[in-house]
Design a protein around this ligand. Sequence first.
Ligand SMILES: O=C(CO)COP(=O)(O)O
Length: 131
Amino acid sequence: MVANKTGDATLALVAHDQMKSRMRDWAVAHERLLARYRLFATGTTGGIIGAACPSLKIKRLKSGPLGGDQQIGALIAEKKVAALIFFIDPMTALPHDVDVKALIRLSILYDIPFACNEATASLLITGMAKK
Ligand SMILES: O=C(CO)COP(=O)(O)O
């Protein structure tokens, strides 16, 4: 299991509205692996995952458009996030696109593993489990 530089093993989970059912199904399929981590999620995403995966303890932040993306960005900047899994909607323009871009940028800047679709998220979580 990968830990960040402060020793925490924390994953951040985010999904846009049109991607939330896929995130829920992905989380159910990977619940056992996810249970190894401290989990942060934006508000609505965290609620949906938590309802589907009772074994997971998820710290729910604000909803993305209300600042949740920025809260996760702050955690990344504080080196408290080992990896970000963010199911981005490729088909819908979002009014809070600036927040989404900022989160992606911080993931690049702080060089954390960042999965923005299901296939990569599966590789990431299984790859991290081998470490
Ligand atoms: O909008 C989001 C990310 O940009 C996700 O926020 P919610 O999980 O609160 O819907």
